[in-house]
Write a protein that binds this ligand. Structure first.
Ligand SMILES: Cc1cc2nc3c(=O)[nH]c(=O)nc-3n(C[C@H](O)[C@H](O)[C@H](O)COP(=O)(O)OP(=O)(O)OC[C@H]3O[C@@H](n4cnc5c(N)ncnc54)[C@H](O)[C@@H]3O)c2cc1C
Length: 386
């Protein structure tokens, strides 16, 4: 077996980060790998798994202890995401990461004291699963053109609209929903609302069938005259766009970390394969083209990893890293797909078989250049800043 790659310890890691990495690795070996195929089959990760991860303190690492968190930092969440990526089950990884880094930050960063007290302890403990609903059938990359409305009414806001591709959409308990609270305009009317499962007028329209991430549940949601109480507005009315853009930075760091964990693990699995598989009187590893290609891919992933942890560290220093996060998301989302292509190729026919992890990993990786900011959109964010 190839020794785990990508173990270089960057200077900004503390003992705590290292211990965290071993805890997650052990948890995945004991509690995820034996059940991953079953979760892929059933299309979701059982909620007990999130409860268990909550009890290990893995679901609120960046949040303050007074809200149920561990008081760590962005680096800790990048380590979590990288290790979840290494699990080889992208659907499991994203189920957790949407909860920890894509949905719950909307509450944590914009919520009032009362809202934090009401929901954060359950979120950190994995008792309530969260989802974030921004994308719509007609608005994905161009979020400002979303059409879901939130009209003021007695006691709160009435939501009308549809949301598309929502992770944890079926099994979620608490949804952070973006809607326009004014009559006209684009960004300046956008507001965020916390909507609880079971609120009249809110329903799951349908679960969606996907190419990969099979153990992650994805749904289309509908809001029809859904009355959301005034106290569920997150932050100020009309300020949602700025909160949303800020939170997208967390989301993109962990998606990149997940991609790089997947890429590194796929290279390890492929090294094991090519070193024992023989063709034309020698191992595949003896073919110069194969060993050089894998060496180059390893170098590319190591380089992207250095950018990942440097960016995560700069984020902990409160630096503005929008350019670097966008660059990283574009780079990692593209690279993971290139790596998977090579890994499947070097596995030959076995790389196309369901029993081979890289087959699943190659399907899972495809969305990494689309979800959470398509590569082209990310590159335009970089271009605006250079
Ligand atoms: C499995 C999955 C899970 C998801 N989970 C969630 C979730 O939990 N919550 C949520 O809100 N959303 C979620 N999404 C939505 C995701 O973030 C969007 O799919 C993504 O932002 C792209 O939007 P779109 O699909 O509407 O593509 P579009 O905006 O229609 O773009 C299509 C393609 O056009 C290209 N493109 C777009 N804009 C530009 C441009 N300016 N310049 C050049 N090319 C461009 C890109 O290649 C892009 O992939 C999820 C999506 C998937 C597939």
């Amino acid at each position: 077996m190839t020794e785990p790659l990508g173990t270089h310890r960057f200077p900004y890691f503390s003992e705590e980060h290292e211990m965290l990495r071993s805890t997650i690795r052990r948890y995945i070996a004991d509690k995820v790998l034996p059940h991953g195929d079953q979760w892929e089959e059933q299309g979701f990760v059982p909620r007990e798994v999130l409860r268990e991860m909550g009890s290990l303190g893995l679901l609120g690492m960046r949040y303050a202890p007074e809200h149920g968190g561990a008081g760590l930092d962005t680096l800790a969440n990048a380590v979590l995401a990288e290790e979840l990526g290494r699990s080889t089950y992208g659907g499991f990884a994203v189920t957790v990461l949407v909860h920890t880094d894509m949905a719950s930050p909307h509450l944590y960063h914009a919520g009032s004291r009362a809202q934090l007290d009401r929901w954060m302890p359950d979120i950190c403990a994995g008792r309530k699963i969260t989802a974030v609903a921004m994308t719509e059938p007609d608005a994905g990359s161009d979020l400002a053109s979303m059409r879901t409305t939130a009209k003021r009414a007695s006691g709160g806001y009435v939501l009308n609209g549809a949301k598309m591709f929502i992770t944890n959409g079926v099994h979620g308990d608490l949804y952070f929903v973006a809607a326009k609270a004014g009559e006209t305009g684009r960004n300046h009317t956008l507001s965020m609302f916390a909507v609880e499962k079971g609120t009249p007028g809110f329903r799951v329209a349908r679960p969606l069938k996907k190419t990969g991430w099979l153990s992650s549940d994805t749904a289309e949601l509908v809001f029809e005259d859904c009355l959301v109480p005034e106290e569920n507005l997150l932050g100020e009315e009309g300020r949602g766009f700025y909160a949303l853009v800020k939170n997208l930075q967390n989301e993109r760091i962990v998606l990149a970390a997940q991609s790089l964990g997947e890429a590194m693990k796929a290279i390890e699995l492929t090294l094991d394969w090519v070193k024992q598989r023989r063709a034309f009187g020698a191992s595949l590893w003896d073919k110069q083209t194969i060993r050089q290609r894998l060496s180059m891919r390893l170098g590319q992933v190591e380089a992207a990893r250095a950018l990942l942890f440097n960016t995560a560290w700069r984020d902990t220093q409160q630096e503005n890293v929008v350019k670097e996060v966008s660059m990283l998301k574009a780079l990692a989302g593209t690279l993971v797909n290139e790596v998977m292509y090579d890994c499947v190729q070097f596995h030959g026919g076995m790389g196309y078989m369901r029993e081979t992890p890289v087959e699943r990993m190659s399907r899972d990786a495809r969305v990494q250049s689309i979800g959470g900011g398509a590569t082209e959109v990310m590159l335009d964010e970089v271009a605006k800043r250079i």
